[in-house]
Write a protein that binds this ligand. Structure first.
Ligand SMILES: *Cc1c(COP(=O)(O)O)cnc(C)c1O
Length: 370
């Protein structure tokens, strides 16, 4: 592929269905060309005040939403570092749950794992049993497991974890927030994080998070919280509508533009649009199956993410060829993740896509698979 030329000019919006980064609308891309400003003056405070309003609605919280110049993994590390030195229980059902586990170990914590097979979701009663057996300082979980398209029921898991007041619930909602229903204050997890480049349909480079009072109290005593992801610093600076270090200003301009659009659509509208896209994808897989193409949705009905679908292919090694055949036709979909690379493909129906654009994608994909 040529590397020169105006890369923003092509392909047209609506053909890029990677499960992150997702397609970014031209208006949002162009917002990034605004001039720089000082990051300690009234200009940033006015901007930050507006961003906070929009972000609180996205997270459904009254608490401050922290903004980091980092990929989402940065705030995953923040979650672990700020939750203290004790043992954590990592709930895993895919690659990103396993990443949380790996981060815990890399940060020197004691980590135990409660895993279910890739594609399945966590069972709250099994979590309950584990939590009854010993004390954990925190539980990590991924809301929407992007590697498999499985959705964990954060409301139910939070209910179980809340029965153990000393245990924090840390949630990676990277392909949740902005696409899948997430009610931070009502459900009550202690830390919820996301990245800019998934369901929020922004360029990569920003991470967002919300921390509960219990999480902040823990952070104050966490010896290994480090400096760059010290949540105590984030909270202190947010009181002044600022960030601990220089924020990614151009991305903040893009965020402002995108939050205005999200406000117009409303979060309820956004959740519904994602559900509509997901349901259309699942129905299409069933139609394909009915017409003799042996495809299926990896995650069982009832625990599927509205933002990403992992499709099992007839051929155990066919994934890369399908992705390439789509690319040859001008469409981008995701390959299978990790050990699912050969046997699956993934469709990222999230961000600012519509059912109509998805319909066109599925037409082309149907031709490829037949
Ligand atoms: C993409 C993704 C991440 C990692 O995001 P980065 O921005 O690349 O750090 C973590 N968790 C989930 C569920 C994801 O989908």
């Amino acid at each position: 592929m040529a590397v020169s030329g105006d890369r923003t000019a092509s392909p047209p919006f609506g053909r890029f269905f990677l499960p992150g980064p997702t397609a970014v609308r031209r208006e949002v891309l162009e917002a990034q060309t605004a001039a720089m400003m000082g990051h300690r003056g009234p200009g940033i405070q006015a901007l930050m005040e507006e961003l906070q309003k929009g972000l609180k609605d996205v997270f459904r919280t009254e608490r401050p939403v922290f903004i980091a110049g980092a990929s989402a993994t940065g705030f995953m590390e923040a979650a672990v570092r700020n939750s203290g030195p004790g043992c954590i229980l990592a709930l895993t059902n895919g690659a990103f749950g396993e990443r949380f586990e790996a981060i815990g170990r890399a940060c020197g914590l004691d980590v135990e794992v409660l895993s279910v097979p890739w594609g399945e979701s966590q069972y709250p009663d099994r979590i309950s049993q584990r939590l009854a057996a010993r004390d954990y300082e925190a539980v990590t979980v991924v809301h929407s497991e992007t590697s498999t398209g499985a959705l964990n029921d954060i409301e139910a898991i939070a209910r179980v974890v809340r029965e153990h007041p000393g245990t924090l619930l840390l949630v990676d909602s990277v392909t949740g927030v902005g696409g899948a229903e997430m009610r931070t204050d009502a459900w009550g997890p202690d830390f919820v994080l996301t990245g800019s480049q998934k369901a929020m349909a922004l360029p990569p480079g920003m991470a967002f998070s919300v921390a509960s009072d219990a999480m902040m109290a823990r952070a104050e005593k966490a010896p290994g919280r480090g400096m760059y992801f010290d949540l105590v610093e984030y909270a202190a600076n947010m009181e002044k509508l600022q960030t601990p270090t220089t924020p990614p200003l151009s991305l903040l301009y893009a965020l402002k533009t995108q939050l205005a659009a999200i406000g117009e659509e409303t979060m309820e509208g956004r959740w519904q649009r994602h559900l509509d896209m997901a349901r259309r994808t699942w129905a299409w897989v069933d139609e394909m199956h009915g017409s003799g193409v042996d495809v299926s949705v990896l995650a069982p009905e009832g625990s599927r993410a509205p933002t990403v679908t992992c499709v099992c292919l007839p051929d155990e090694t066919g994934g890369p060829a399908v992705v390439k055949a789509m690319a040859d036709r001008g469409w981008v979909i995701g390959g299978g993740y990790g050990k699912l690379k050969g046997a699956t493909i993934r469709i990222g129906h999230m961000g600012d896509h519509t059912v109509n654009e998805l319909e066109e994608l599925l037409d082309v994909l149907g031709d490829v698979l037949r």
